[in-house]
Design a protein around this ligand. Structure first.
Ligand code: BDR
Ligand code: CA
Length: 316
């Protein structure tokens, strides 16, 4: 089994990623760390606890991370300190019962530092929210990257963004943090951008099959993905009728079914100053690209692999 730490801003798609990581037999989800993003930090932490309770895994520790970007007072263009969006897609609280467990006392930064300093087996780090917590850990001790066999990030885009024409939400929400993570020198960094997640669409028929599994995870996933499909259908940006991307789940799926994505090595840098382009992941796709690739970037993704995996994992 692979030792995994998920870093989330739960979030409906984060929720499906958590369920997959917690329930797949080949993965050992050692902890979940939270960061503000889709909703403010108290809500991402509470939502994470809700998801783990709902699937009968309240034993998995949850540690709260950063409530704000590493170098800004709020989202780009905003002035308040705490990032504070309750985006339509997610709602503030996920539609799951109030959790009975609490987050651990130890902060996500402290937890990650001591775990990565002392672990005897490599850790796979899967950040699927803004990169504020991970960047803070790297700033405190860059050597912790040596304990990480692979970082799998949901973020960025090379065609178009979702929060602005240029930028994808997770990178835009803390561009300086993302820039630090991309330049940290991880031996293996896999990036799953929007261009890929928008190809792995889950539809209403898939949700019916998930609900039909009759398990807690199947029912929860069906409800959460249906909520995403409703939001996309209501104008968030329809890619295909009655379907939605479940971005973060693609990263976890990749850990056990690497064929869910197709990647190529690319040099990725993050724009931190452009008035129109802040948060853009600039990918050097030129045939005569200069600079060493620092990431394996997903260009394609296969919905049927993702859906089969969700059905198999949530059916047990
Ligand atoms: C990313 O931003 C959040 O909305 C999702 O949870 C995902 O991680 C997609 O841009
Ligand atoms: Ca997320």
């Amino acid at each position: 089994t692979r030792k995994v730490i998920l870093d989330v801003d739960t979030g409906t798609d984060d929720a499906v990623a958590i369920m997959l990581a917690a329930l797949h037999p080949d993965l050992h989800l050692a902890a979940v760390t939270t960061v503000s993003g889709n909703v403010p930090l108290p809500a991402t932490t509470d939502n994470t606890l809700r998801v783990l309770d709902a699937i009968g895994r309240p034993d998995i520790p949850v540690h709260a991370g950063l409530a704000h970007p590493v170098a800004r007072r709020g989202f780009p263009g905003q002035t308040h300190f705490e990032r504070d969006s309750a985006r339509d897609m997610h709602g503030t609280s996920l539609p799951l019962p109030t959790p009975v467990t609490a987050a651990r006392e130890e902060s996500a930064v402290e937890f990650l530092l001591h775990t990565l300093r002392t672990t005897t087996e490599p850790v796979t780090l899967v950040p699927v929210g803004p990169l504020s917590t991970i960047a803070t850990v790297l700033a405190a001790d860059p050597s912790v990257r040596d304990a990480v066999d692979e970082v799998v990030i949901m973020g960025g885009a090379h065609a178009h963004g979702n929060v602005t024409p240029s930028a994808e939400f997770n990178v835009w929400a803390d561009p300086e943090a993302a820039a630090m993570v991309f330049s940290a020198g991880f031996p293996r960094l896999t990036l799953v951008p929007l261009d890929a997640t928008h190809q792995a669409l889950v539809n209403r028929a898939d949700c019916a099959r998930l609900a039909g599994l009759g398990t807690a995870a199947g029912r929860a996933a069906a409800g959460l993905i249906t909520r995403r499909i409703d939001a996309y259908s209501a104008g968030h940006g329809v890619h295909a009728p009655d379907s939605a991307p479940v971005h973060d789940a693609v990263c976890v799926a990749y850990l056990v079914r690497p064929e869910v994505i197709t990647t190529r090595p690319v040099r990725v840098e993050v724009e931190t100053t452009g008035a129109l382009t802040v948060g853009r992941t600039v990918m050097d796709l030129r045939p005569n690209a200069t600079g060493e690739p620092n990431a394996r970037v997903a260009f394609g993704a296969r919905a049927e692999v993702l859906v089969d995996l969700l059905l198999a994992t949530f059916g047990e």
